[in-house]
Design a binder for this molecule. Structure first.
Ligand SMILES: Nc1ncnc2c1ncn2[C@@H]1O[C@H](COP(=O)(O)OP(=O)(O)O)[C@@H](O)[C@H]1O
Ligand SMILES: [Mg+2]
Length: 340
């Protein structure tokens, strides 16, 4: 199918069903995509669970990682579980028209598609398809998600910049982008530039996707205020956004403070930040066994200080709240544009 009109008609059908798909990506590696996405998934799933507890309508969250390291499994402590197929079924669903296998209830109100080493075969499979059908093949993931998106409140896609075809699959499928910003000014700015370019390139297959929010991760907080490091970086990025005619509102006020040690401990324990914070305070109950979870210890066997864990968990709740406001606002604008 290379008839541009037919592609445009398909894209139109797909777009309406993908407004709840949020992608996390950035044109640089190791920026905290998986950490941020896993924590977003946790915060959003908890919010849906809270609605359910109050007898209100709720829907689960779906987390999908496209990266072949499948690190998201670590953040949720599910690597090597009986349902962990290293991404085999995801690859088949994507490229061989098999059913997408979703692991339900990885946490309350949180489902996950398993990823892993098989994801490394996605680029070759997609290249074969683009060879035969052209760029429309980059809509494969969008088509897959459009069939299940109504079952989910939000679908979170975590995809790396490592491979262009994977990034295109991801960009064609989501409506909103969250870009984690971590590390030196230059790395962050370069990453943002690359991402802006990729968003432009995907336009023919997805004219709606745009950066909804930048999430600053790993910056110091003193006396509850950001330090000059983050303030100056925001100013630099602000100027770039102005030039690119992107609203500065994408830079939400909330950010994730620095806490590499805590982040690594949480991942080693297979817990996102909120869960890890509750565990350090001795308040976590395993959702499957209903047993209290032992308080986590560091590599020296010492109990983890709850304060840092609670601080980071609190940051995530604030960041997710502000990012979601942006996403909801964008959706209202997109629907408004449809209506007029
Ligand atoms: N709050 C934080 N402060 C500092 N470093 C962090 C924080 N959260 C996560 N990290 C670190 O960021 C790195 C990025 O991890 P990851 O999420 O796997 O990135 P990606 O998915 O982009 O490759 C990890 O080494 C982790 O320890
Ligand atoms: Mg990752």
């Amino acid at each position: 199918m290379s008839d541009p009109q037919a592609v445009a008609a398909l894209v139109l059908q797909l777009r309406q069903r993908l407004q709840n798909v949020i992608g996390t990506t950035i044109g640089k590696g190791g920026e905290g995509k998986t950490t941020v996405t896993a924590n977003f998934a946790e915060v959003l799933a908890q919010a849906e669970q809270a609605k359910a507890d109050q007898g209100k309508p709720s829907k689960p969250i779906l987390y999908i990682e496209l990266d072949s390291n499948g690190n998201g499994r670590l953040n949720f402590g599910v690597r090597g579980r009986e349902f962990d197929d290293d991404g085999a079924s995801f690859l088949e669903a994507l490229t061989e028209d098999k059913d997408l296998q979703v692991v339900q209830g990885v946490r309350p109100h949180l489902d996950m598609v398993m990823s892993g080493s098989h994801n490394a075969d996605i680029p070759t499979a997609v290249a074969r398809l683009t060879g035969r059908h052209g760029n429309v093949s980059f809509l494969l993931l969008a088509i897959l998600l459009a069939q299940i998106s109504h079952r989910y409140r939000w679908i979170l896609l975590d995809f790396s910049p490592g491979d262009k075809s994977i990034q295109r699959l991801g960009l064609a499928a989501c409506t909103h982008l969250v870009a984690p910003m971590k590390g030196s000014d230059n790395a962050v700015i370069e990453g943002l530039g690359t991402l802006a370019g990729l968003v432009r390139q995907i336009r023919p297959l997805n004219a709606e996707v745009a950066i909804a929010a930048l999430v600053f991760l790993g910056y110091q907080r003193r006396n509850d205020e950001p330090t000059s490091q983050l303030i100056n970086l925001r100013e630099k990025i602000g100027l770039l956004l102005d030039q690119a005619h992107i609203t500065r509102e994408v830079m939400v006020d909330a950010y994730i403070r620095d806490g590499e040690t805590t982040a690594n401990l949480a991942r080693n324990h297979g817990m996102p930040a909120g869960e890890f914070a509750r565990a350090t305070a001795g308040q976590l109950v395993d959702h499957e066994s209903n047993e209290p979870v032992e308080r986590p210890r560091d590599e020296n066997g010492r109990l983890v200080d709850p304060q840092r864990a609670v601080d980071i968990a609190t940051d995530y709740v604030q960041v997710v709240t502000q990012v979601l406001q942006r996403v909801v606002q964008r959706n209202a604008e997109l629907r408004g544009a449809d209506a007029s």
